[in-house]
Design a binder for this molecule. Structure first.
Ligand code: SF4
Length: 254
């Protein structure tokens, strides 16, 4: 059995987004605390999914049958923490055998040397490591965990064959411009060509921080660009392109 409980199809780039149950962090602003389904789905679909109370995870075979029926070219393995899934290397191998490129979104906490080797062998194309904070007190406060393994494993990943990218969330009042600059400096100390994406914070109901303004996100990306060659950003005003379709769990009548 895998930890996969939800799949969506993003039509504009013919990719699937695969959601995994469970995480080893408890981020205070994690969107999954509010909505365990893809937030890019239309509101009526989200409401129908919210009414489901018997979440059923897929076996590897069931997942394979679903992917085969879609003819997609790319799979984003993230939302929840995919590295906690014992089947992850098998999921990646299976997708590769179907000519589907795999992209892992992870907090990097347990991605040690042995694990990285397994993912390399399975044929993982790329990984986005979310670096929540460089300052360890801030990291512990926000996630409940130390960032030391994250930073160490990021260095290990930079030496692997897997394409490496990083991502952070700008959170007004917590992860500010100076913290983004510290993270950018850390990444640049390894390789200034590693791509870095800054996401504006989107508040959830029990988090006390406000939404990041477009201006602040752009300012943070300019700060990161002082150290890194390839910086992108996302904020709440940038809309996802094309339709997003729910694939799993199946809903009655759809
Ligand atoms: S690492 Fe990601 S999935 Fe896990 S709690 Fe943090 S934001 Fe949520």
């Amino acid at each position: 059995m895998t930890n996969i409980y939800h799949i969506t199809h993003h039509v504009h780039d013919n990719s699937i987004y695969v959601f995994f149950q469970g995480c080893n962090f408890q981020c205070k602003g994690c969107i999954l605390k509010q909505l365990i389904w893809d937030c890019h789905l239309k509101d009526d679909i989200q409401r129908e999914l919210q009414a489901i109370n018997d979440l059923r995870k897929l076996s590897l075979d069931e997942f394979k049958i679903i992917v085969k029926g879609l003819n997609v070219k790319r799979a984003v393995l993230g939302e929840g923490e995919p590295t906690l899934d014992k089947e992850l290397p098998n999921i990646i191998s299976m997708l590769n055998a179907l000519n589907v490129k795999t992209h892992l979104l992870t907090n990097g906490y347990i991605l040690d040397k042995k694990f990285i080797e397994k993912l390399e062998k399975a044929g993982l194309s790329s990984t986005y490591v979310s670096i929540k904070a460089y300052d360890n007190d801030t990291h512990r406060f926000y996630t409940g965990q130390t960032n030391e393994p994250v930073l160490d494993n990021f260095k290990l990943l930079s030496k692997s064959r897997i394409e490496l990218m990083a991502e952070s969330v700008l959170i007004p009042g917590l992860i500010e411009q100076d913290e983004i600059e510290r993270i950018a400096r850390f990444i640049a100390s390894i390789d200034s060509s590693i791509p870095y994406r800054i996401d504006g914070f989107i508040p959830i109901h029990d988090a006390s921080w406000k939404v990041s303004s477009q201006e602040d996100v752009i300012k943070a990306s300019k700060t990161a660009k002082k150290h890194l060659k390839n910086v992108r950003y996302m904020h709440s005003k940038i809309k996802v392109k094309g339709d997003v379709i729910n694939i799993y769990p199946k809903m009655k009548g759809r």
